[in-house]
Design a protein around this ligand. Structure first.
Ligand code: T5A
Length: 211
């Protein structure tokens, strides 16, 4: 069972993935929590290049290729082995972020990005994707409150981040079976309750014992 957490900056994905992980712990459900870009030593080193604001001159195609190089490492050395062991994998961002940031945001060709995503993942796609949606300015207010400084992606302009949000909403509409919308502007406990109400029944339907 492969579940991805997606959405604009500051939507609370990391917070909610941690909470769901602790819930699965309490239920005795074997799982792995991971994130993109990153998730393995090599992919984390690529992540550092991608986020470093010193690399502001990076060409968009370089950005795409680094993102996908990190993804193939992550899929083959962490995600797929965990799935083969029967673990639930919770991943903070995945292929949909490439469509949102490099496609809608940087305006790279979506069909090309879809083909490259399929190549990088060896065809692996999530069973369930939760899109945490909230207004761009609310997300940024949270990001600024939580820490100092903005990374290379956070520094892209307002139009860029509105386009990113639009992509995630379009995916909810285009793939309602896989992609579920979560109102991320609600208080943290309420969001966690909604996440649990979507994920736990699905795990049960897949035959995973809920403890
Ligand atoms: N990227 C990634 C691409 O361009 N292409 C790709 O293919 C991929 C995979 C990753 C960057 O890489 C880009 C997208 C990203 O820009 P990152 O640091 O991992 O960089 O960025 P994010 O995933 O966006 O992480 P953020 O930390 O910015 O956002 P989160 O994880 O959504 O939010 P979280 O949980 O850290 O919360 C932010 C703050 O809000 C508070 C938290 O306590 C925290 O302070 N908060 C709430 N406050 C009020 N109400 C709630 N319900 C709250 N929930 C959390």
């Amino acid at each position: 069972m492969f579940i991805t957490f997606e959405g604009p900056e500051g939507a609370g994905k990391t917070t909610q993935i941690g909470r769901l992980g602790r819930l699965l712990d309490r239920r005795g459900i074997a799982h792995v929590v991971t994130r993109e870009p990153g998730g393995t030593d090599l992919a984390d080193r690529i992540r550092a290049l991608l986020l470093d604001d010193a690399n502001s001159g990076m060409h968009t195609r370089t950005e795409v290729l680094l993102m996908l190089a990190a993804r193939s490492e992550h899929v083959e050395n962490k995600i797929r082995p965990a799935l083969v062991e029967g673990k639930v994998v919770l991943c903070d961002r995945f292929t949909d972020s490439t469509l949102a940031y490099q496609g809608y945001g940087r305006k790279e060709d979506l069909a090309v990005l879809r083909t490259m995503n399929a190549y990088a993942t060896g065809g692996l796609s999530p069973d369930l994707t939760l899109v945490f949606d909230l207004p761009v300015e609310v997300g940024f207010a949270r990001v600024r409150k939580g820490r100092e400084g903005l990374d290379r992606f956070e520094q892209a302009g307002r139009d860029f981040h509105e386009a990113v949000r639009r992509c995630f909403l379009d995916l909810v509409e285009a793939e309602p079976g896989r992609v579920k919308l979560i109102d991320a502007s609600a208080p943290e406990d309420e969001v966690a309750a909604v996440v649990a109400s979507v994920v736990l029944p699905l795990l049960a339907r897949k035959g995973i014992s809920l403890g």
